[in-house]
Design a protein around this ligand. Structure first.
Ligand code: NI
Length: 184
């Protein structure tokens, strides 16, 4: 099923996810639900913490984008960046922070180790958009949001919109959990 996505201000987004030890039925179900949720929300990446889960699981699908249309959907379990090179800046957004976008500087080229959907050790070299999405999603597993990378004065400019999100005053075409709901 499509899972509700936790939005800015919910404590779930600030939790640190824990390594997956075995590929249990629950983990497999989570992976399927995360793909369903990400596709439903028209996202290109989703981390387990965004659906209130605390396993280190990320799903990515860039096949809808012209320049990455040949890239198959990827599951990264327990991802760890093992090498990095260079940096570049691009505008980012996040399903958990509707309508907020800003430039984020990130590593340009990286290698990431993870377990794949068969729970086999895998290593992948990624640059460009794929590398960026991997880093954005690993951040989520550590309770970090793209906004945290902005200089304080730039981040401040988003405060009016962020307060609205925290109050649940926004509309998106996918189910969400807002900070107001979890505060009750
Ligand atoms: Ni995000």
């Amino acid at each position: 099923p499509v899972l509700p996505i936790y939005t800015y201000g919910t404590p779930a987004l600030r939790r640190k996810a824990q390594p997956v030890k075995t590929l249990s039925d629950d983990v497999i179900q989570l992976i399927m639900d995360m793909f369903e949720t990400m596709h439903y929300a028209n996202g290109i990446g989703l981390a387990a913490t965004q659906v209130g889960n605390l396993w280190r699981v990320v799903v990515i699908d860039l096949s809808e984008m012209e320049e990455t249309k040949d890239l198959k959907p990827i599951v990264l379990i327990n991802p760890v960046v093992v090498s990095q090179e260079g940096s570049w800046t691009m505008e980012e957004g996040c399903l958990s922070i509707p309508d907020v976008r800003d430039d984020v500087e990130r590593i340009g080229k990286l290698r990431v180790q993870f377990k794949n959907v068969d729970f086999r050790d895998t290593e992948l070299e990624a640059a460009g958009l794929l590398g960026r999405v991997i880093l954005h999603e690993i951040d989520h597993l550590n309770g970090v949001l793209f906004l945290d990378h902005l200089p304080p004065d730039k981040k401040k400019l988003h405060n009016p919109l962020l307060r609205k999100i925290q109050k649940g005053e926004f509309e998106v075409p996918y189910p969400v959990v807002t900070a107001v709901e979890v505060a009750v």
